[in-house]
Design a protein around this ligand. Sequence first.
Ligand code: MN
Length: 211
Amino acid sequence: MSAFTLPSLRYQLNELEPVIDALTMDKHYNKHHQAYIDNLNKALNDNPNNSSLVNIFKNSSGELDNPAVRNNGGGHYNHELYWDILSPISIVSKTNSTDLLVVQKMISQFESVDSVKLQFETAGLGRFGSGWAWVCVDNTTKDLKICSTPNQDNPLMNLPGIEQGTPIIGIDVWEHAYYLKYQNLRKDYLQAVWSLLDWNRINDRYVAAIK
Ligand code: MN
């Protein structure tokens, strides 16, 4: 198989300022994410019989039972999603556009996008230690779900204790994502980073997930 590589960003490392500072972005993208990729490639070299990460997360071949694959495969997938759904404040899409199917769904299911935001913050704050907060599409009902996972796990992983779904929003709540600027104030980070969400990308993910 071909090795996983660091995905290019659609913005410069300083373009998420002031919400996410350039130094945090540099360490997070160039060091943390790269390390997950390097360690994932290393782990998979021991077992070349695999295909996409999503197939690995389904665990049909048992590869997810290898902690190095679980932690670094999740680390790579989760960060790629995180970078993809953020955009600079200067070009960020409006959250209140009811032209977007995902916004219509949030309003019909949760009454407002703000209600989703509040429940999302609660999920992110309630995650003890390191992990991720998610908005997912339930694979059966196609309803939205808000949850969190520990470490680098994600809702695609077919493992006990993980709420299943297709993630459309994922925010990193590891301290390395926010500590330089927000220190211990995870809530302030969660509230601020919501303002960077690229609703067109999230809508694309939602539309793909409900098919
Ligand atoms: Mn991270």
